[in-house]
Design a protein. Structure first.
Length: 438
């Protein structure tokens, strides 16, 4: 048995109001940060996604007590009895965010054994920036046959330089520095909203952290951190994907509890296409134009165009009038979904692994396609909503990793989306009810 996503054309059907889940890219690192604390902490607005489940397994394997109440999306984590510093290799290879326990374990136990992390195959995501700067903090790192052993007798506060504003490296070094004696500076740090949510959680714990211009995070180490109750920020990437679902289907939706400041460049590009975007405090109201214009963009670290919205935005360009150029500057292999969109009739020319030229077409057509990463899965679902006929998408595991009941939210807005099971003969054998699959 395997699962597929079945999507039928939903043009002119998408409308209404929808709530957001907690941000995957914020909750995973905040879960890791609680390894720094002795005592029970509570996280609210936690998405019920496969990656959260994997992080729970990782923390549990280290001796942490975790309880996830999925009914109210609340997670309790008690790392008082943290005892293990060896991270499960299978879990490491399933999820990129698993490397984020490195900083907390080095700060708390002075040691970690791990392998290189896995996750989506969207290009090389080395942890060189992590390793180089941990060495500057007094960490000895030994590698043999893909296994890393890192040890320290005490983290040293340093001025740390990132050649690129890596989110993961910023978060890992930031967490480690909270318990390092002295003042640590992270220069050219990532300042994504999810990083700021981590900083908010750490400051609740008692960490001393300041952000100064240009893009420098200053951490003054403390002796200990304390348990917290923290509400995870809403997912701006889910919000952007929902807006694009409305855009390609001629829809009209309202999203609440989402700061437009988190999506400035993205919303500007939607307006440039001709869509109507209105913001009121933390409300985004959207109405699609019937005649979208093609726009070009290049992904970049925040506050630039988010790389995680590049794939669904490409779908919108496939159906826009004119020609657009998309450049991916964050990951060098994040245009694989273009090959799947071509199967649906999209006119996309790949000049390289990081640059695509799209000529808009009047229609896309349903096809059997494969999702190769989290954001590609959402993009293909959106393409299916706008396409003539039925689209069948494999790679449901990626969809479940990144989103909490996203298919249910689309159905709430009028979309025809279902996750079904098929047998080896590719025949549908069990169509799940929405309440069973969300």
């Amino acid at each position: 048995m395997e699962e597929i996503i079945l999507v039928e054309s939903s043009r002119d059907n998408i409308s209404g109001e929808v709530s957001l889940s907690g941000a995957k890219n914020a909750v995973l690192v905040i879960m890791a940060s609680l390894l720094l604390v002795k005592g029970k902490s509570t996280l609210k607005n936690v998405p019920d996604s496969a990656d959260v489940e994997q992080m729970i397994k990782l923390l549990t394997s280290l001796g942490v007590i975790v309880f996830f109440n999925k009914t109210i999306n609340t997670l309790q984590i008690d790392a008082t009895n943290l005892e293990s510093y060896s991270v499960d290799h299978v879990t490491m290879r399933k999820m990129r965010a698993s490397v984020l326990v490195m900083g907390p374990l080095l700060a708390r136990l002075g040691r970690i054994n791990l392998t290189y992390p896995g996750g989506c195959v969207i290009g090389a995501r080395p942890i060189d920036y992590h390793i180089k700067n941990f060495k500057r903090m007094g960490v000895a790192i030994h590698e043999e046959d893909g296994l890393l052993t890192a040890t320290t007798s005490g983290l040293k506060a340093q001025r740390l330089i990132l050649e690129y504003p890596s989110v993961g490296a910023t978060e890992n070094l930031l967490m480690a520095a909270t318990l390092a004696q002295g003042v640590t500076q992270i220069v050219n740090a990532a300042i994504e909203p999810e990083v700021l949510d981590l900083i908010a959680a750490l400051k609740q714990m008692g960490a001393k952290i300041d952000i100064i211009s240009p893009a420098t995070i200053v951490i003054t180490g403390v002796d200990q951190l304390n348990p917290i109750i923290h509400t995870v920020m809403n997912d701006r990437l889910e919000a952007g994907t929902l807006l694009l679902a409305a855009a390609v289907t001629g829809g009209e939706i309202v999203i609440r509890n989402m700061s437009s400041d988190h999506l400035d460049v993205f919303l500007f590009k939607l307006e440039e296409m001709g869509h109507i975007v209105k913001t009121y405090d933390d409300i985004i109201a959207f109405k699609a134009t019937k005649y979208p214009r093609a726009v070009s963009f290049k992904t970049a670290p925040f506050p630039g165009f988010p790389t995680d919205l590049q794939a669904p935005m490409m779908v919108a360009q496939c159906l826009a009038e004119g020609t657009s150029v998309i450049e991916e500057s964050v990951y060098e292999n994040r245009l694989v979904h273009a090959l799947e969109l071509q199967k649906m009739g999209a006119q996309i020319k790949l000049e390289s692994s990081t640059r695509a030229i799209i000529t808009g077409v009047n229609e896309l057509y349903g096809a059997d396609v494969i999702a190769t990463d989290i954001r590609a899965s959402a993009a293909l679902v959106i393409a299916g909503l706008a396409a003539q006929g039925t689209t069948q998408i494999s790679g449901v595991n990626h969809f479940r990793r990144g989103y909490d009941g996203f298919d249910g939210k689309l159905r709430q807005l009028g979309a025809k989306v279902n996750i079904i099971q098929i047998n080896s003969a590719n025949l549908v054998v069990n169509k799940k009810r929405p309440e069973d699959i969300i």
